[in-house]
Structure formats: structure tokens, C-alpha cells
Design a protein around this ligand. Structure first.
Ligand SMILES: [Zn+2]
Length: 268
């Protein structure tokens, strides 16, 4: 990494690109407990892939899902995640690192688009989805068996980079186990010129989760969900640098990429 002195902090760039949406979601589906009211209030959800651009390489966070999955789950689909990243001149075939925040269907469906990447996963996430509770309905409905099998295969082929907790992948880019939403959910911290950005993925689907201290409706562990909020506040350079994983407002709160308004933003 280009550092002129030992104290120089890397200043990476961070982008988000939308590839799909669920325009008819409701507040009741998304918020836990009393915060779910009014339950039938429409609350659109967006689906993103994230790019960390370092001087050495592009690092991708999450890989979205396929058009077939969008049909099956009635999501509005605009482009494959690899096509979304191509809008930012990313060549997925040369990406060396892909961080998978967790194994739900909307985050791990397109691993095949990254033939030369190593996938960064938390050991606890793999243990959970190959363990005894993965078949229970409230967990199983959010994953696809074929995705989990593919991840196991990648592991057997040496393509998974297992982490148990916290690690700095390259200078200025860290992954952090937070759990809560799933057993091994991880968030990503990135040193940027604006300060440390935290890509929350599903540790905070919406700004209204982490900012208002309101958990999402789906979790394996409620205290850990709150703990994830604390961790993200500790890591982030400022509260506004915590980027939720599914909030349509990401596209208006951050700076649109030239020619891609409503599709891609530069976060830092
Ligand atoms: Zn998700």
C-alpha cells in the first residue's frame, strides 16, 4: 500500500450500486416489536452491491442474487450484480477479495461471477448454515440450499478465507463479526478521506435501525443485534458514515456517480 510515512492512513473509495428492489415491502415485515407499527405502511427495500476501491485492487462486498431468484421471490430486477459493478468499471474476473456479510439468498447468489476471488466469511456463519438449526423454517426461508452447497464447495476448493471475529484484510479495510441478524453476520470498516466508513449490510437494513436503535424483524440473537449497533458506532468516523444495507435513501444521502443518479453513489 502507498504510505509515505508509517502513520499515513489509507484513503480508499467506497461505492454502492443498486441492482434490484422490493417496492412493496411493509414496515411490519421489517421492524421488530412495537416499531413495526403501522404494520401495513409500504416501505420499499433496495438491493445493493458494494465496492471498496483501493490503489492495489477492487474489493467487493456481497454478490446479490440472480435474475432467476428475483423471479422466484418476486423482486424487481434491474441488472446482475456483476453488471452493476461493471458500471463502475469493475472487472469481476480480476477481483481478488469478496466479503460475504452473511449467507442469506440476497447476498451470496452470484459468487460464480468472481472466478478468481477469495471469499471472506465468518466461521460461525458457515457453521450455522451447515448445522442443526438451518432447516428450521424461520431460518431456512432466507437461504437457498444451492447457494450453501456452492459455498461449501468453494471452501473445499480453498476459495474461502475464514475469519473468526475481526481481521484487517488489507491496510484500512477490516471485517468485524457482529452476529445478531445471522449467527455470523459481519460488517466492513473502510478508512477513507471522510473518516472510517462502515458497510453495515444487514446489521442495519435501514437508517432507521442503527440510527434509532430499532432492530430489524429478522435475527438469530436480539442482544447481538443491539451489540452490532454499538460496534458500528464505535468503528465509524461519524454516525452518517454507517451505510445501511437495503435503504433506498442511500441513493439520495450520498453523492450520485456521474451519469448513474438513482443507481450508484460514491460514499467516500
Ligand atoms: Zn439482505
Amino acid at each position: 500500500m502507498p504510505t509515505s510515512t508509517s502513520t499515513a492512513r489509507p484513503a480508499h473509495q467506497v461505492f454502492g450500486v443498486k441492482f434490484a428492489e422490493h417496492p412493496k415491502g411493509t414496515r411490519g415485515e421489517y421492524f421488530h416489536g412495537s416499531a413495526a407499527a403501522p404494520r401495513d405502511a409500504v416501505m420499499p427495500m433496495d438491493y445493493f452491491v458494494w465496492l471498496i476501491r483501493t490503489e492495489a485492487a477492487d474489493i467487493v462486498v456481497d454478490v446479490g442474487f440472480t435474475p432467476e431468484m428475483a423471479n422466484r421471490r418476486l423482486r424487481t430486477y434491474f441488472r446482475r450484480p456483476s453488471e452493476a459493478l461493471a458500471l463502475l468499471d469493475v472487472d469481476c474476473a480480476t477481483v481478488p477479495w469478496v466479503v460475504l456479510s452473511h449467507f442469506h439468498y440476497d447476498h451470496v447468489g452470484e459468487v460464480a461471477a468472481f472466478p478468481n476471488a477469495r471469499f471472506v466469511v465468518q466461521e460461525r456463519e458457515m457453521a450455522f448454515w451447515t448445522g442443526r438449526f438451518a432447516t428450521r423454517r424461520e431460518f431456512h426461508r432466507l437461504v437457498e440450499g444451492e447457494d450453501i452447497v456452492r459455498l461449501v464447495e468453494l471452501g473445499l476448493n480453498g476459495r474461502l478465507h475464514y475469519v473468526d471475529g475481526e481481521v484487517e484484510l488489507v491496510p484500512g479495510v477490516g471485517v468485524h463479526l457482529v452476529g445478531g441478524h445471522t449467527a455470523g453476520t459481519q460488517v466492513v470498516s473502510v478508512a477513507t478521506a471522510r473518516g472510517t466508513v462502515v458497510l453495515a449490510a444487514d446489521a442495519s437494513h435501514f437508517f432507521g435501525n442503527v440510527c434509532d436503535d430499532v432492530p430489524f424483524a429478522v435475527h438469530t440473537d436480539l442482544p447481538d443485534t443491539y451489540g452490532a449497533f454499538d460496534t458500528m458506532h464505535r468503528l465509524a468516523g461519524a454516525p452518517e458514515l454507517i451505510v445501511p444495507g437495503h435503504d433506498p435513501e442511500v441513493l439520495t444521502r450520498f453523492t450520485p456517480v456521474d451519469g448513474l443518479t438513482g443507481t450508484a453513489v460514491r460514499i467516500a
